[in-house]
Structure formats: C-alpha cells, structure tokens
Write a protein that binds this ligand. Sequence first.
Ligand SMILES: Cc1ncc(COP(=O)(O)O)c(C=O)c1O
Length: 373
Amino acid sequence: MKLDIPENIAEIVPYPPGKPLEELEREYGITDSIKLASNENAWGPSPAAVEAIANVLTGLHRYPDGSSHYLTRALADWLDVDMAEIVLGNGSNEVIEFLVKAFVRAGDEVITSHPSFLMYQKFVQVRGGENVVIPLREMRHDLAAIAGAVNEKTRLIFLDNPNNPCGTLISRQEFGRFLASLPETVIVVLDEAYVDFVDPEERIDVKAYIRNPDGIPAVVALRTFSKAFGLAGLRVGFGIMHRQIADLLHRVRQPFNINLPGQVGALAAIRDPGHYEQTLERTARGRQWLSREVERLGCIAYPSHTNFFLIDVRGDATRLYEAMLHKGVIVRSMKAYGYPDFIRITVGTEAENSRFVAALADCLAESGYTAGN
Ligand SMILES: Cc1ncc(COP(=O)(O)O)c(C=O)c1O
C-alpha cells in the first residue's frame, strides 16, 4: 500500500477516543461511576421521546423521510420561523460541517476563539481552509480582536454562545455592535447549543437578524437536542438561517441524514415542554447548589449561563481529575484548554451532585490543595 495523504488531513489531531464507561470502570476497579464530563442532560430523555422511538422500531427496514417534514414543521412552529429557514443535522456538529463545506474553499479563512468548541477548526482543516484563532479575553469572546482579524479571505466566524468551556455569554448590545463592524460578506455562526439554559431576556434575537439581513453579515444560529432535550445519543441538531443559506446547505447534505428514531424522538421531545422546563429548572437549582458547595471547599466556582461550569481547584487539575476518577466521578480537566488549575463539571442529579462534592472534598484533602480548608 502506498498512500498519498493530503497534508491537511495528515495534520489533523484525531479526536481523543473516549473509552466506554464499562472499560473505564474495569480499568480503575470502580463501579457505579457518574459522568459529569460531557454537558449532557442528567435526567435522561423525555419518556414521550422514548415511547415514540419504541413505536417506530419495526419500521427500521424503510428509509426515513429525507426532508424530516414533521420535525421541521414542529420546529418552525415552536421557533416561529419558516420551514425553509431550518436545516437539520446529525447533531449540530453536522450543520457546522455543512457550513464549512458550502462556504470554505482551500485557503479561505475561518475565525474561531480559543478555547471554544473544538469541531469548528477540525472541519476547516478537512476542507483545506485556514483557521484563525483568537484567544478568549477574560473568558469571553474577544469581539474587537475577532473583527480586527477579518479580511477579504474570511468566510465564517464561529462563536459558541454561551461559550464552551467558560459558560460566558455575548450580550445583545455587544453582538449588535459586532455585526455592524463587519463586512457583509462574512457569515457569523452563533452556536447556541446551550441557549436553552440562558435567561430568555438575554438571548440574541437571531430571527430579527435573519429576516433583516440588509447592511449586516448573515447570521446562522445552531441548536441541538443533545443538551436541554436530553437526546445526545440520537444525534439531532439544526440551524436557523436565511432561506438562501439553507438552500445551499441542503445541496451538500446526504438525503437521509436524520434517521427515523431521531426524527420521531426529537418531535416527541418538542411536544413534551414539561420535561424541557423541568430540566432547565433543575439545572439552575443544581448549579447554584454546586457552586455554593465547591466554594465552601475553598475552590472558585465561575458563573455560567449553561448546564456546566468551571471550577478553579487551586492545584493541578489533571491530578485532581485522576483522583476523582478513582472514586468513580468523571469530570473534565481543563489543562488542555489552557486552564491548568481548572476542572469543568456538568450539573447532575441531586444524588450525583452530592457524590461529586463528597469526592471533591476527599480529593482536595488528599492532594493538599486549597490550603486552609
Ligand atoms: C458549543 C457546542 N456546540 C455543539 C456541540 C455539539 O452538539 P451536537 O451533539 O448537537 O452535535 C457541543 C457539544 O458538546 C458544544 O459544546
């Protein structure tokens, strides 16, 4: 075999393959581990979604509806937009990929922040585009520096809002000023994977920008069923955008990108607002409780508009992560993101949160962190 590997592909660092939970438990000799590492919904999917999925399993020999008609219609009603302004993806990840495929040629530039969601840069690399990476400033997107980095080669700007991993938010005013400072030729992608957890008063009015695009760059919002709706395993996300952009993204997608369980499960989840609202309420309560408890232990809890937040453990975060793992509590070390003393945790159920706090207390004491506690 003699492979002729394109340079841009050879340079890609593979996504670190996470081990299945069962393997991790065997390796560490633990049972009943809890995972607070991936910003998932701790309370599970809506029972209505589970039932809807169960009801279509005997129809799996058929291809799904390639237009995801009923799901798209339900989303359009829920969000008060047109069906032609929605594009569904296999997770919002896939809509990111569509955007890069549709708009980025080799050598074009795409602006992202660091740290932020890692997949933007990966798709750009695959396409042979150039990533222009702007560091966060005080844990927030540095909009002035981003605007300053725009040139005639810039095609897309990705802003996760709220930001992952910091949980910080761009205000409506900041976003309006930012758009006004940009050339109309770029597309600004607001990745709103966690927007459900944001106070409605503070959410950016994406629809207004999509409907009134004159004189400003196009805005695309990305949403997902993986977080507040508790359906990460189904892989359904979507984008809201001007119909002309949607038309282009439909040209680059596979015809059956949303599978049958995904279509009916997501549809049932939208029709179960009780589950969604309960998730938001429990998340807010859990985040408050956890923040108070970790501060009591001498750590610093950072405010967040999401279902996760950063904790400064005042010592090496990766060592602490390992120690927590031995106690069956899986969190995320932020060392690789440039915050060597920080962990990120996702809000869990009350029982999981209590177990996390107890394990953290033990590990901090064993590690000798947070002197004075
Ligand atoms: C900021 C951000 N965007 C997008 C995603 C991916 O979402 P999906 O599961 O819809 O592909 C994540 C997942 O963690 C995320 O943190």
